[in-house]
Design a binder for this molecule. Sequence first.
Ligand code: NBX
Length: 829
Amino acid sequence: GFGERKAKAERMFSLMDGFLKNDPFSLQKDILHHVEYTVARSRFNFDDYEAYQALSHSVRDRLIERWHDTHTYFKRTKPKRLYFLSLEFLMGRSLSNSVINLGIQDQYAEALSQLGFEFDVLAEQEGDAALGNGGLARFSACQMDSLATLDYPAWGYGLRYEYGLFRQIIVDGFQHEQPDYWLNFGNPWEIERIHVTYEVKFYGTVEDVDRNGEKHEVWIPGETVEAVAYDNPIPGYGTRNTINLRLWAAKPSNHFDLEAYNTGDYINSIVNRQRTESISNVLYPDDRSHQGKEMRLKQQYFFVSASLQDIIRRFKEAHNNFDELPEKVALHLNDTHPSLSIAEIMRILVDEEQLDWNKAWNIVCKIFSFTTHTVVAEGLEKIPTDLLGSLLPRHLQILYKINSNFMEELKKRIGLDYNRLSRMSIVEEGAVKSIRMANLSIICSHTVNGVSKLHSDTLKMRTFKDFYELWPEKFQYTTNGVTQRRWIVVSNPSLCALLSKWLGTEAWIRNADLLTGLRDHVDNTGFRHEWKMVKRLNKMRLAEYIETMSGVKVSLDAMFDVQVKRIHEYKRQLLNIFGIIHRYDCLKNMDKNDRTKVVPRVCIIGGKAAPGYEIAKKIIKLCHAVAEKINNDADIGDLLKLVFIPDYNVSVAEMVIPGADLSQHLSTAGHEASGTGSMKFLMNGCLLLATADGSTVEIIEEIGSDNLFLFGAKVQEVAELREKGGALKVPLQFARVLRMVRDGYFGDKDYFKSLCDTVEVGNDFYLLGSDFGSYLEAQAAADKAFVEPEKWTKMSILSAAGSGRFSSDRTIREYAERTWKIDPCQCPF
Ligand code: NBX
């Protein structure tokens, strides 16, 4: 009985000597224990990497204690849980983040120094977990941190790709992709759950069966794969709560294909078994286009099926009636990538649990919410019905049925408006008949979220106008945010100390609104001096990195001007490069005496191009070609440098962002759904040079338009400008820069031709030409502000002071209260 189990547990706990202790002496003992017994190195001889491994294992042990307690507590109190479904998480490194959130950073630093190691040096040994592409995936990671910190009873679900996002190497200015086989040296941050497995089925046919005299359709699958859980503890800051990110890996099922073994085709059947493992092998590196690849669809269903089996099993353990599902379970679709969940849960409820279709549909419509990270309709995910029908025949039937019910209901509401009906249909007829995953997600979700105010206006007025008119109450927005734990405490320790000192508290780490308190000190010269010192320190760190990566020596007195993000035409890295060429050209034509008045700049660009995105790759090459020219021009010296930072990822961001004076966010208005990079720069006291796009509009509301450099066409103007086509006015400077590139001033004339064509008058979809004049003005304003260090520092302080609204804690609280309707559930210490 219960009493017996409890007594047994208590005896074990006393044998364990209670919880692990966190004083420096105990930490040293634990680290050495792991050196000896986990890493299996001798205590007389282990290197930094092995020390990192042992250290991580000692941290892992501490995570596991809290993670156990948290889940025991959730199980006991049975709160409504949130399941955050995402095919991508960009977690980056875990060591520093974990010890900080566990609150034992100082103890570890001391323990290590007594062992003759430095914490920061060992932390550098860790590689990034890069199971995602860009903004969407890093935003998922920030949200997990906030969910844990705010004590929400949440689980993350994702895929454990063996190859993360490719590593970018640059050869002769060209991007090359190398595989990121990140699990090579083991991963101390995951817990393999060999007994948490589910079978996932594919292919096969649908057959009619008789159930109590009624005809029912049932899926007879053709292939089975097993999903194994790998759990990744996510510690909250300042709380015992440590939630779970469960990632699925594929392995061959033990359901042997007896036929093959008996016919003697032993070797081939083993080879086939191995093939199934490949489902979770590799992350697709395209951060926008959808190519209708079978493997991608397999990944999506593999993820969805394993996660839902796990979720339903957990629900059934504690409840016996599916009517309770909406009170106990919230399922969040992070973009449309997991939206097969809708068809899968209908299949489970109707085919397996034998619920009546309408009853099941009513339940299902109460549990899903959906966030879209896309602006333009062309970016929305579509799955060809041929592909879906062969891989998941029963799901295709279910989707058709959902659609025909919806179409019937819609006809009653809007009449026989066939254009509108066909736009709103889940099924797209046409050259390739396909399923529109966004329409499916909207129809089935109780809430559709945009990621910024501007984005949600675009969704309502353009992208999903028809749906908005049908269901205005479904449409909401929750502006994105980033976690200050990662983006200040982990990545900028000197700023962290300064903030706590002048705010008189560390409470801002859990409540970023307190950062507004910095406004009280903005006129204090002592404070401003310390603020400048922190920035200088971070610039030194960045300058060293630049020198080791690219061999370019940069001056700390120069303005560090940064644009780091995925390379995309709409993000307009090309506008930045053209601006740099223009600056170079001006310097070359300038009187020597005037040069002394010029603000020296270090222009830093970084980001990956999707492997198949030719224009983006040409932008990278152009950046290198221009850098080559400028950096080797002795005449220019420190006045202008251009460096491309290769392999931009989370850990590179942690070093680049704190060292930036200025950061650029140049998307053509209406194209960036939110943008989250800008928020990280803002928190780190970096000034923004930006268009009025995505969340920048809301940043202006917080910090005031005087504290950033705004430029470019407004979202309302973009359509009109595009219509002008060849008649669009473009400044002479733009034409001149374009001419230089076309004429081969930076070499590779032929190679750059197609790139130049994309911004030629009449063809310039992203309006680089028409925004160029205003861009140069904003750049000039930035130069002007920079020569007044006190003014600049005030702007910098006011940027950070206004960044509190862009904490993912605010984002998560809004989602929890308005969308998911979940309450905090804090595990007692
Ligand atoms: O999501 C990004 C948006 O572009 C940003 O504006 C926004 O701030 C961020 C978070 O909401 N979208 C994004 O990163 N998308 C992808 O990475 C992506 C990945 C795979 C895919 C489609 C898009 N199939």
